[in-house]
Write a protein of this length. Structure first.
Length: 334
């Protein structure tokens, strides 16, 4: 039995007898899974939905398989799930938990909505996200394509990038350059830890250089800030290399909700750190190595400079958040 377009399902169909054992086992497993969702949902109901209120439930969220995929999958397919639950109810009417399963699948919609709102609450620029747009799908496609989406830019720009043909996304960045750079400034103002303020001030200068028309200078400075921030972000590595950093980032593609924003912050690095050696074709998209070792109009342009400034801003703000969270944890222990 597959879940596709809701119109493809006939409500009068029954599950073939040979599939009954599998259907029964799967339904029971789903009931068990929904019990854990009840616990998480109750925890959310008892707290205001804010980043701090998320902390008591992150452990339970992390235990859910593929949690970061759940919201978009369930949110987009609730009508299909309703049809499936009716088929199960009709086909397994002799089982005392069939009606319960049907009811619980309706509750699943409420949980999916809670999950989506929990994701949105993690980053200020995601607040106000339209309810009819699948945030997880959007964030993952753009971030893994090399576009920063955490902390900056505003969600309207993120959606404009997502809706555009991939080949036209650099044009979208240039069209929204003023709003993007304006978004970066208040985010940088929140970077206050003494270990980061030097990089923050340098990024202020990169932003100002771009607005003054010095695009190449802005990109070069932002690329250097990314490199320095990268080493701070991955200081736990025994010996830092770009390859090790990329490997660490790739491990987070199935991050739990507890680590979702941090993981998504660094996903663009996989694209930005694509291997480049002198003599290789110069990449047209932002590349840290090409910015350092292949200064040319192929690499240096308005769109790449904007990506570099956004990525540096996103990384510094995430590093600040990590330091803030660590300080709060130390205070709780004390």
């Amino acid at each position: 039995m597959t879940v596709g377009d809701p119109d493809d399902h006939d409500d009068d169909r029954e599950i073939p007898a040979e599939y009954m054992p599998t259907a029964m086992a799967g339904a029971q497993a789903l009931l068990d899974h929904l019990q854990r969702m009840d616990e998480i949902h109750a925890a959310f109901a008892a707290n205001a939905l804010s980043p701090d209120a998320l902390k008591p439930v992150t452990a339970a969220m992390a235990a859910l398989p593929d949690a970061n995929k759940m919201a978009s999958t369930l949110g987009a397919g609730l009508l299909s799930l309703a049809n499936v639950s009716k088929m199960i109810t009709d086909s397994l009417a002799n089982l005392d938990w069939a009606k319960t399963l049907s009811d619980r699948l309706v509750q699943l919609g409420a949980f999916s909505d809670t999950f989506v709102r929990a994701v949105i609450a993690q980053s200020d620029n995601w607040r106000g996200w339209p309810a009819d747009r699948p945030i997880v799908d959007v964030i993952e496609e753009l971030a893994q394509a090399g576009y920063p989406v955490c902390w900056v830019p505003r969600h309207e720009v993120i959606l404009a990038l997502y809706d555009a043909d991939p080949t036209k996304r650099p044009t979208v960045l240039v069209e929204h350059q003023i709003s993007i750079l304006n978004d970066c400034m208040p985010v940088l103002d929140e970077v206050t830890d003494p270990t980061l303020t030097g990089l923050r001030d340098a990024l202020y200068r990169a932003n100002a250089a771009f607005l003054s028309g010095h695009i190449w200078a802005a990109q070069s400075l932002a690329a250097g800030i990314i490199d320095t921030a990268l080493r701070a972000a991955f200081s736990h590595l025994e010996k830092f290399t770009y390859g090790k950093a990329v490997t660490e980032v790739k491990k987070t593609t199935d991050a739990s909700i507890a680590d979702y924003r941090q993981a998504a912050t660094y996903w663009p690095l996989v694209k930005a750190l694509t291997s480049f050696w002198p003599g290789d074709p110069i990449p047209m998209t932002f590349n840290r190595h090409a910015s350092a070792h292949a200064v040319s109009s192929a690499q240096y342009n308005d769109a790449n400079a904007i990506v570099a400034i956004m990525l540096a801003t996103s990384m510094l703000r995430e590093l600040q958040q990590n330091l803030t969270d660590a300080g709060e944890d130390e205070q709780l222990v004390a």
